[in-house]
Design a protein around this ligand. Structure first.
Ligand code: PLP
Length: 464
């Protein structure tokens, strides 16, 4: 995308923060809850006034390259013209009806069913919602109602939301403090295929996916408490998973992993509940990231980039017989299936298709990963880089042999990058990873700008 409003050259003036930023931050801290703000990671976050494509401008006129994509919601970058126009047109036609039907939501549901992965394609139904957290709640409810079983198996290091139910399957303990009891039945966690820190000290591919076989063992051994002794069946409704972990640090499972888990779930008659909230909509180089492992789930949740970040919208797509457990008015929120959200989602998909952005995600992902590998050769603090499409990450360590997490250094790096005009997302089981999340429209030039700033800031951090 060519910028017309913001000069696409990061530039941060000193002193940082500027006077206008300081004033707004003071007000925010005085009048707003701290629950939703990013001071903890950024120290001083820029106060955004204007944004376009990959660039944002703060209230003091500083320009930043944004590699956060608003927690992966902006797959078309900031202010995508086509989606804004489609939303605006819909707003001027009919903008809200609650449960009264509209043609645009029907059109979107049809499209979702026709594009769903594997056995979901043309054999599923859609339930709308307004956000990722809610969608995960619905995914779990569907699995429990369909199987009539109480447990949801989830992964260590996962993030699925902060409501009572989703917190129980999210795995960052500090988020749960003081909020117990949470949803019962979500306590059983299994290790994520985090090969860089393999909990079984094995190496892929010689390991032959031992971590997946270990989960098979958990589901087979009655002492894990997941088997109904009387019936001889298991008590697990479904396995909830992110195809690649988002907040966990864009950790990408090895080839074959999700196919193996498909086999294991089928063997134990467990549903696969795929949380595509962060990784869907082209980021992996496929429409849905589970497709990058050539397999499919039984229930899938999408959100975030569903409308290119224009309006909150989410959907759950489940096999028809599973979705049919929902009876009329069983599941609804005021804004589910909103016409503007539906029009925006259809427009987002049209832009991705027309501009061949999934292909761009694959191409630019490879280019970016190559650049990160070059950085890794130069900077010893980078222990690992990973990438599939535009889900890219790097992990900082104090020592490459011991892999001791460099969490403080990571936070320092992120804060230094802000001052040099680059916005990044902190992540990881130890807070020592950085997610690099460009929108699907990213160009080589923009990647080069980001890598140059990262390189300079890594040098500064390593000197300390
Ligand atoms: C994988 C995943 N699931 C669920 C959620 C929750 O989505 P939301 O914040 O839109 O409620 C997130 C948010 O970051 C996420 O990354």
């Amino acid at each position: 995308m060519s910028n017309t409003r913001i000069n696409p050259q990061p530039k941060v003036k000193t002193p940082f923060p500027g006077p206008k930023t300081e004033k707004v931050l003071k007000d925010l801290q005085k009048y707003e809850s701290q629950g939703d703000l990013c001071f903890a990671n950024y120290g001083i976050p820029p106060v955004i006034e204007e944004a376009e494509g990959l660039f944002v401008k703060d209230v003091d006129g500083n320009v930043y390259l944004d590699l956060t994509s608003g927690f992966a919601a902006l797959n078309l970058g900031h202010c995508p013209k086509e989606v804004i126009e489609a939303s605006y047109k819909q707003m001027n036609t009919v903008h809200h009806t609650a449960q009264q039907p509209t043609a645009v939501r029907a059109q979107l549901a049809k499209k979702l069913v026709e594009m769903a992965p594997g056995k979901l394609r043309n054999k599923s139904k859609v339930q709308y919602d307004t956000g990722g957290t809610n969608a995960v709640e619905v995914g779990m409810k569907l699995a429990k109602a369909y199987t009539k079983r109480p447990y949801v198996l989830c992964y260590q290091g996962a993030y699925h939301g902060r409501s009572h139910a989703t917190l129980s399957v999210s795995c960052f303990p500090f988020l749960k403090e003081n909020f117990f009891p949470l949803m019962p039945g979500g306590e059983t966690r299994v290790p994520y295929p985090y090969c860089y820190r393999c909990p079984f000290a094995r190496k892929f591919p010689e390991c032959e996916l031992f971590c997946a076989k270990y989960i098979d063992g958990i589901l087979s051994d009655p002492t894990w408490g997941l088997i109904d002794k009387k019936k001889g069946t298991n008590l697990v409704a479904g396995l909830l998973f992110e195809p690649a972990q988002g907040a966990g640090g864009y950790i990408i499972p090895p080839p074959g992993y999700w196919q193996k888990m498909r086999e294991i779930c089928d063997k134990h008659d467990i549903l696969m509940i795929d949380d595509e909230i962060q990784m869907g909509w082209g980021r992996s180089g496929k429409w849905f990231s589970i497709e990058a492992w050539d397999t499919y789930p039984d229930i899938m949740m999408v959100g975030k980039a569903f409308t290119a970040g224009i309006i909150p919208n989410a959907a759950i797509i489940a096999r028809t017989e599973i979705m049919d457990v929902l009876k009329p008015i069983h599941q609804s929120v005021t804004f589910s299936g909103n016409p503007v959200g539906s029009a925006a989602a259809l427009a987002m998909m049209e832009v991705v298709e027309k501009k061949k952005l999934i292909e761009n995600a694959q191409k630019m992902g490879e280019y970016f990963l190559g650049k990160l590998q070059e950085l890794q050769e130069k900077h010893r603090i980078i222990g690992q880089v990973q990438g599939k499409g535009l889900m890219l990450s790097m992990e900082l360590v104090k020592n490459r042999e011991t892999k001791e997490p460099a969490s403080d250094e990571n936070r320092e790096l992120i804060r230094t990058c802000v001052k040099h005009g680059l916005l990044l997302t902190i992540s990881g089981h130890f807070g020592n990873r950085i997610n690099l999340v460009p929108p699907l429209i990213v160009t080589k030039n923009e990647i080069d700008i980001g890598v140059k700033i990262l390189d300079e800031c890594l040098t500064l951090i390593e000197k300390k």
